[in-house]
Ligand binder design. Structure first.
Ligand code: GLY
Ligand code: MN
Ligand code: MN
Length: 434
């Protein structure tokens, strides 16, 4: 890692130390314990599912796999990291990298699972419900105080230069995976082989991905969170949608690309080009002060224009938007906050922690905030041919070109997704052009 990134990380930790002190003092909390969490075995088994440490723990210690560990923060004191690292000949004990940031914390390597030492009015945050009963009983603290969680979530919404550097690097590695996935598709691979090509080129094992990669061929591209990988290549190859990311030091990339196959009607490729253009235009509108809900509504307006320009809808943009046509073609939100979680925290709250729910017409929107410098968001317009959502429109007189819809349905759909930083002067697209 470069000296610059080390320096940025030290600045990031100093920023956290100041911000946590201010928050804890303002809320009258003397000590805070943040639990990393741990994986729980499947019922009646000794095997555990994939684990990912708690976001607020990762904010300080970007090691996504650390378990049974605690961070104790007190205003004005050095952070104390209690890292569970038992002598174990079955597993490689957890150790910390030899990197300068480690010197910013007091590290305690623990052979046993500990109870965090807390003083005064204390709070505990993290997934503690599966701690051993005696550990739980010996912690005298307020659990998950909502005012504190809201303040810490709000802090996560605004990325430091270190976090931006990590997100940029996560994007760079992710694009390498997308390029390999596209090449595998051109080479007529099936979903599983495309997934393996993606993992290899983005240099990660499947258990480390920030979310389950969506690798959908043909109509699977229209299943928004398609969760399987078919072993075999289908006879007809209409389309490929890849929504896949990677972590770098805990920070997630979340990128989607869609490709036309040799058996797709030519209009499908034209629609992909149009959706790239839509993604770019929406990104150009990103700036501090912009309402994300308004940008989402703008996506629907422009999607209406695309439907009309490509003869999928023979009415007006107003009709397409007001009658719910664009919502049937794109049922998800324009994007969400991105960081230590792929759908990062604080997207549906005002800065004071009060709820800022999604609009009634757009219940899947995960971000309702006014954009501010330092936020990182995804911009992911979509256009899908999902029979379940389009069926109700068929019973209306709305001028949808059903013949064309039917011709495109085997292609599933299109989503194009980039990751964008809001800057003082506008935006910085963290996703390299591909
Ligand atoms: N990969 C999930 C999403 O784009 O939100
Ligand atoms: Mn996304
Ligand atoms: Mn995505």
């Amino acid at each position: 890692m470069s000296t610059t990134l080390f320096k940025l990380q030290q600045d990031h930790l100093a920023h956290l130390q100041r911000a946590y002190s201010d928050i804890l003092i303002a809320q009258g909390i003397d000590s805070l314990a943040i639990y990393s969490g741990h994986a729980n075995a499947h019922f009646a088994d000794d095997q555990t599912p994939t684990f990912q440490a708690y976001g607020h723990f990762l904010h300080w210690v970007g090691l996504a796999n650390v378990q049974h560990s605690w961070l104790v923060i007190q205003p004005g004191q050095r952070p104390q990291l209690y890292l569970y690292s038992p002598a174990d000949f079955w597993h490689l004990p957890t150790s910390l990298p030899e990197e300068p940031w480690v010197a910013e914390l007091d590290i305690h390597l623990c052979n046993d699972k500990i109870t965090p030492p807390l003083i005064g009015r204390a709070a505990v945050i993290g997934d503690v419900k599966h701690l051993e009963t005696n550990t739980q009983q010996s912690i005298h603290a307020e659990y998950q105080p909502s005012e504190l969680i809201h303040a810490l979530d709000e802090l996560r919404l605004f990325k430091t230069p270190y976090e931006v550097a990590c997100l940029r690097e996560a994007n760079r590695l992710t694009i390498a995976g997308h390029q390999a996935a596209q090449a595998a598709f051109v080479g007529a691979s099936g979903e599983l082989d495309i997934q393996l090509a993606y993992l290899g080129a983005s240099r990660q094992r499947e258990s480390d991905v920030p979310y389950q990669n969506i690798i959908g061929l043909n109509s699977h591209a229209g299943v928004l969170h398609y969760q399987h990988y078919d072993l075999h290549t289908p006879k007809q190859r209409h389309s490929l949608l890849v929504d896949a990311g990677r972590r770098f030091r805990g920070y997630c990339a979340d990128i989607t690309r869609t490709h036309a196959g040799p058996d797709a009607p030519s209009i499908f490729g034209e629609l992909i080009t149009a959706m790239h253009g839509l993604k770019d235009v929406l990104i150009e509108h990103i700036a501090p002060g912009v309402e994300f809900v308004a940008l989402h509504e703008q996506m629907h307006q422009r999607l209406g224009e695309i439907l009309i320009a490509h003869d999928l809808f023979k009415g007006s943009v107003e009709e397409a938007v007001n009658e719910g046509v664009t919502r049937a073609f794109c049922p998800h939100g324009l994007g969400h906050s991105l960081g230590l979680q792929v759908h990062d925290v604080a997207g549906l709250r005002h800065s004071d922690g009060t709820p800022a729910p999604a609009p009634e017409l757009h219940p899947a929107l995960r971000l309702t905030r006014t954009l501010r410098t330092g936020m990182v968001v995804t911009i992911e317009p979509g256009l899908y041919f999902i029979p379940m959502l389009l069926a109700p429109l068929r019973n209306t007189s709305l001028p949808v070109n059903w013949e064309l819809v039917d011709a495109l349905t085997p292609c599933g759909g299109i989503r194009i997704e980039d990751n964008v930083l809001v800057t003082e002067s506008g935006y910085d697209n963290l996703t390299p052009a591909q």
